[in-house]
Design a protein. Structure first.
Length: 196
């Protein structure tokens, strides 16, 4: 006999579906929390990154804002892994049947790039920070050690990749938001409501 926690009987699954607020045409509650939580963190992270780089090295807020940016980057990378794992185990609801094939492909590849960049950008930030052999201090709670030996110049080319990937990410987010608004206000097909 299976233990109760792995039983897939109808009443247990029904209770789980109710708690998760899952329906065939809507993302579940955890997916929605991860989506909107990440959205807020990413807005803060990108804003903080651009703000920090606008300051001079000797500005009192320069090092503090970069420290917060790094710490938030670790949080975003961790949640990004969790979100990717959740997405792989809980596929999104299907697009409406009348959605054109090109929109299916655009949505698929936009999401793939967004997930990839959510993991790549913090990784390049880590490689920038640890280029001199020092670890990444996370909110003063713990430190992630440098896994690679110091390398002169790594922070420069990783910084170029980090900035380019961040700009590409912002462009994709803009397209993602524009597409969601188009579906909501022009097509009126309920796609945006699936994540609300």
């Amino acid at each position: 006999m299976d233990p109760m926690w792995i039983r897939h009987d109808a009443p247990t699954m029904e209770r789980l579906t109710k708690v998760m607020n899952t329906t065939p045409d809507r993302y579940d509650r955890i997916a929605r929390w991860l989506h909107w939580g990440m959205a807020l963190l990413l807005i803060l992270l990108v804003g903080l990154g651009f703000y920090a780089t606008s300051l001079t090295y000797y500005d009192p807020l320069y090092h503090r804002s970069l420290s917060w940016h790094r710490s938030l980057g670790v949080v975003v990378w961790s949640i990004g892994l969790l979100r990717l794992g959740w997405r792989l185990r809980h596929p999104p609801p299907p697009l409406p049947a009348d959605t054109p094939a090109w929109e299916h492909q655009a949505a698929l590849w936009t999401h793939r790039f967004l997930y990839g960049l959510m993991l790549l950008i913090p990784l390049t930030g880590y490689l920038i920070t640890t280029a001199d052999g020092r670890g990444v201090n996370v909110f003063g709670w713990f430190e992630i050690p440098a896994l690679l030996p110091p390398a002169k110049g790594r922070e420069t080319w990783m910084g170029t990749i980090h900035l380019g990937a961040a700009l590409f990410f912002c462009m994709l987010v803009g397209m993602h938001v524009a597409a969601a608004l188009k579906h909501h206000f022009i097509d009126r097909d309920g796609i945006l409501r699936r994540m609300l």
